[in-house]
Design a protein around this ligand. Structure first.
Ligand SMILES: *Cc1c(COP(=O)(O)O)cnc(C)c1O
Length: 397
């Protein structure tokens, strides 16, 4: 059967293919240590699960308004107010089936064929495919490790032209853990307002922060920026609710209406039961987040120390999210068992095949000098995996 050009243009997710290989090895009884995970390993807190069960028994099992229940939209508005001092009306909120869904809807309603979307690399995989699906062109800007993998105002300005429509920002960032400070956002914001560009700000890791860092949304910097920004967030990462599929966008009214309208003809409302659970997540006890972040902190510290003790590896200290993004370039052109390692993907393959440790090659995120290692896995797994990696790297020369 003939496939559309749209379908043919899509690349399968490279994070999924190494994951599939790792899972197949696991299924055949091999002890694989998986650092590929893109989701919290914690269970959803009990009070959230109870809210979902109660929602089922109270009959919340029907369609809701497309953009979400009033309760959920109010809870999201109050979250923005409390966390960022951002004032949104419920009509400016669109709840969806996950941040990924909100990003898709936002990009679909904001860009048209021929538009350019500025995408700082390393980037989260789906942005690129979603830009292509909207018929637009990604203008990839390679950020520098010495700048903490954050785009600078000069880099941003240098790629802006007549066709530039949108910038996608992700803070705290996946895969690098980069966190933009208020001053950095203000400086970028100056360029953005001057050139009248729209921003999609993906803030799904806002609650997973270390070393006393504070999350700042670029929308909160000034009214000029707020009216140019679509903020994307979700309960997925903060509350260990990836399977529940609730995300949301906050946007200027015209954009929010367009997103809701698009959603009304595709998925309709996100699951009524998961919406009720998300109200409990946003309005209930926030202590579970602190416990998870405490645990992530210990894992990050340990894993980073182990990585940095391997000769030739450099790695930024992530300020947020739950990934390390070490640079392994000094191993390129060296050999393992007679084969030359040319890129991070070769190294990821050797790690999986020789020592059964699954990591994601950076090329998936637009950077083939680095690997992504997730520490949303138990400390025991981290110890075992880091032992294996350390031993293997000594055999490359
Ligand atoms: C996980 C992730 C998402 C998707 O979140 P969902 O709510 O599960 O759709 C979006 N952006 C980034 C950067 C992520 O890491």
């Amino acid at each position: 059967m003939r496939l559309s050009d749209r379908a043919l243009m899509l690349n399968p997710s490279p994070t999924m293919s190494i994951d599939a290989k790792a899972k197949a090895m696991k299924a055949s009884g091999i002890s694989v240590v998986g650092f590929g995970a893109g989701e919290p390993d914690f269970d959803t807190p009990d009070h959230i699960k109870h809210a979902a069960v109660a929602a089922i028994w109270s009959g919340m099992t029907k369609y809701t308004p497309v953009a979400g229940t009033n309760e959920l939209k109010e809870a999201i508005c109050s979250k923005f107010k409390v966390d960022q001092g951002l004032e949104y009306q419920p009509s400016q909120i669109v709840a969806s089936a996950g941040a990924k869904h909100s990003l898709f809807n936002a990009i679909q309603v904001l860009v048209h064929a021929g538009d350019e979307v500025i995408l700082p690399a390393p980037y989260w995989v789906s942005y690129l495919e979603q830009i292509k699906l909207a018929g637009a062109e990604a203008k990839i800007v390679e950020t520098q490790e010495i700048n903490g993998f954050k785009i600078t105002p000069a880099e941003l300005e240098s790629v802006i032209n007549q066709r530039t429509r949108l910038l996608i920002l992700n803070t705290p960032g996946n895969p690098t853990g980069a966190v933009y400070s208020e001053a950095e956002l203000r400086a970028l914001g100056e360029v953005i307002v001057r050139h009248d560009i729209t921003i999609i700000s993906d803030e799904v890791y806002e609650k997973i922060l270390y070393d006393g860092l504070r999350h700042v949304s670029i929308a909160s910097i000034s009214p000029d920026l707020k009216e140019r920004t679509v903020v994307i967030n979700a309960v997925s990462k903060a509350y260990a609710m990836t399977g529940w599929r609730i995300g949301y966008a906050a946007a200027p009214s015209s954009v929010a209406s367009a997103m809701a309208s698009l959603q009304s003809h595709s998925t309709s409302n996100p699951t009524s039961i998961a919406q009720a659970a998300s109200v409990a997540a946003l309005c209930g006890d926030q202590e579970p987040i602190n416990r998870m972040v405490e645990e992530y902190t210990q894992r990050r510290n340990y894993m980073l120390e182990r990585l940095l003790s391997i000769p030739g590896i450099t790695c930024n200290r992530p300020g947020g999210a739950f990934y390390l993004f070490p640079n392994v370039k000094s191993y390129f052109k060296k050999t393992f068992k007679g084969s030359v390692i040319n890129c991070a993907t070769d190294l990821a393959t050797v790690l999986l095949e020789e020592t059964q440790v699954a990591v994601v090659p950076g090329v998936a995120f637009g950077n083939d000098s680095c690997l992504r290692l997730s520490y949303a896995v138990s400390m025991d797994n981290i110890r075992e995996g880091m032992d294996r990696i350390t031993t293997l790297m000594e055999r490359i020369y």
